[in-house]
Design a protein around this ligand. Structure first.
Ligand SMILES: NC(=O)c1ccc[n+]([C@@H]2O[C@H](COP(=O)([O-])OP(=O)(O)OC[C@H]3O[C@@H](n4cnc5c(N)ncnc54)[C@H](OP(=O)(O)O)[C@@H]3O)[C@@H](O)[C@H]2O)c1
Length: 217
């Protein structure tokens, strides 16, 4: 991918997405954000374009993807995802539209309590998921269905999944690194910075990794 990117962002008003949008604009990228409530995005920036919409709407994806280099999705709605795999349904329409528009790269933020395809969570994470995080069970199922779909049916697209472990909206605790074996409880700003770096990282293509503050050896 070239230096200045035109990015289509879903979830730009969320806890990770707000940081992501600010960082992407600061890095000189163009952001086209699809938001249910555009008023939540307060940045006045020539490079920020906000389109009102929901992933549950009949969005004109071909128009949204026009001129876009990469798509970033940091979307969650725990109540809706308890009822239906809303993110999966959307990604299943997004990917064909990306193929039509030849948009190659896609970063999807899932959670560390969602297992990567054909992998099992550790016993500790399984316990957390079934106890203190059980309210998010639909979100985990949806994130896992997205990962399975990408892995099995969309390997022609340069996707990457960040299985983020997020604990707070505090200040940066350092730089997160991609890891298939360990995971840190990060802050939203660090996860957002990780997403922006990872989107541009060819070696992250087709991975469903977590992120850790531990520097790689
Ligand atoms: N929060 C955590 O601790 C945590 C930890 C690990 C992983 N994750 C994962 O990271 C992702 C994002 O989490 P987050 O905490 O950053 O997000 P968040 O603060 O919960 O915000 C969710 C974002 O999704 C948007 N959204 C929800 N439904 C939508 C729809 N139908 N159409 C368009 N946009 C919609 C929201 O828009 P509105 O402003 O309109 O509501 C908001 O921008 C989720 O998949 C979650 O599983 C979160």
């Amino acid at each position: 991918m070239t230096t200045r990117q035109s990015l289509l962002v879903f979830g730009a008003t969320g806890q990770t997405g707000q940081h992501f949008t600010r960082l992407a604009l600061a890095a000189g990228h163009h952001v086209r954000a699809v938001a249910r409530t555009p008023e939540k995005l307060q940045a006045a920036d020539d490079e920020l374009e906000v389109v009102r919409g929901s992933i549950g709407d009949d969005l004109d994806l071909d128009a949204l993807l026009d001129g876009v280099d990469g798509v970033v999705m940091m979307v969650g709605d725990a109540a809706a995802q308890r009822e239906r795999l809303v993110n999966t349904e959307f990604v299943r329409s997004l990917v064909p539209a990306m193929r039509r528009s030849r948009t190659r790269r896609f970063l999807y933020q899932a959670g560390g309590l969602s297992a990567a395809p054909d992998k099992r969570l550790s016993p500790v994470l399984r316990l957390v998921r079934s106890t203190i995080a059980r309210g998010y069970i639909g979100q985990h199922a949806d994130n896992e269905a997205v990962m399975r779909y990408l892995d099995r049916e969309a390997r022609d697209v340069e996707w990457m999944v960040h299985r983020a472990g997020i604990g707070s909206d505090g200040p940066s605790k350092g730089e997160l690194h991609r890891s298939s074996t360990s995971m840190s409880i990060g802050t939203f700003v660090d996860c957002a910075a990780y997403n922006l770096r990872t989107l541009l990282d060819d070696s992250a293509v087709h991975t469903c990794d977590g992120s850790t503050y531990r520097a790689p050896r």
